[in-house]
Structure formats: structure tokens, C-alpha cells
Design a protein around this ligand. Structure first.
Ligand SMILES: [Zn+2]
Length: 113
């Protein structure tokens, strides 16, 4: 999906909407643009979004990620003992903090090949 084009006028209106919303308040969205474009704008401004039907969430915490089948996702590396690393990956490269160096050398090997 292509990125939506957010005009300067839209950005100005989105900023006005944010400024008019008290901290923790509900945004009275009244803009002509679809809400998802506003949400996209918020993400680009550094906001973290969440979607839930549970309005009473007071604290957000990280939790182990699972794949589409409910299996825990673990680091892609193999330990010195030859067993799969069971730590949680840090980011998109799929390596835990201890194995981040492998992501860097992985790119180098692709270039060399
Ligand atoms: Zn690891």
C-alpha cells in the first residue's frame, strides 16, 4: 500500500486536533480525511498506537512474540553447544542482543558471495 500523501493543510488540521485534545482525553475526530491517515500522521510524529477493546489498560508491557501458529519466536542463532538459542530476538533481524553481531557479519557475507 502506498504511503498516503498528507498535505500541509491536513498536517495543520491534525496538529490543531491534537492541541485541542487534553492529555489522556478522547480525540474528537472531525476531519474529512479517513481516520487511518490521521493515525499514520501520528505514527510519523512519534506516537505509539495500540488497538484494543479493553479501555481500562493502565500499563503496557512487552511480552514474548509468537508466530501465526502460536509458537514462541526465538533467536535465529545456534549456541556454541549446537543448540538453538532460545532468547527473544531484539528486532527485525531475528537475533537476540547477544547475537546481534551475527546480523552485521551476515550482510558482509552476502556481499562477499
Ligand atoms: Zn541468540
Amino acid at each position: 500500500m502506498p504511503r498516503p500523501t498528507i498535505s500541509a493543510a491536513d498536517a495543520e488540521e491534525f496538529d490543531r486536533l491534537l492541541a485541542a485534545t487534553p492529555t489522556g482525553g478522547e480525540i474528537a475526530y472531525d476531519h474529512a480525511q479517513p481516520k487511518w491517515i490521521f493515525l499514520r500522521y501520528l505514527v510519523e510524529q512519534g506516537y505509539l498506537l495500540h488497538g484494543s477493546n479493553e479501555p481500562g489498560i493502565e500499563e503496557f508491557r512487552t511480552r514474548p512474540q509468537r508466530d501465526a501458529h502460536g509458537n514462541p519466536i526465538s533467536c535465529r542463532a545456534t549456541t556454541r553447544r549446537g543448540t538453538p538459542c532460545r532468547r527473544e530476538p531484539l528486532g527485525e533481524d531475528g537475533y537476540c542482543p547477544s547475537h546481534q553481531h551475527l546480523a552485521e557479519t551476515e550482510d558482509a557475507e552476502l556481499v562477499a558471495a
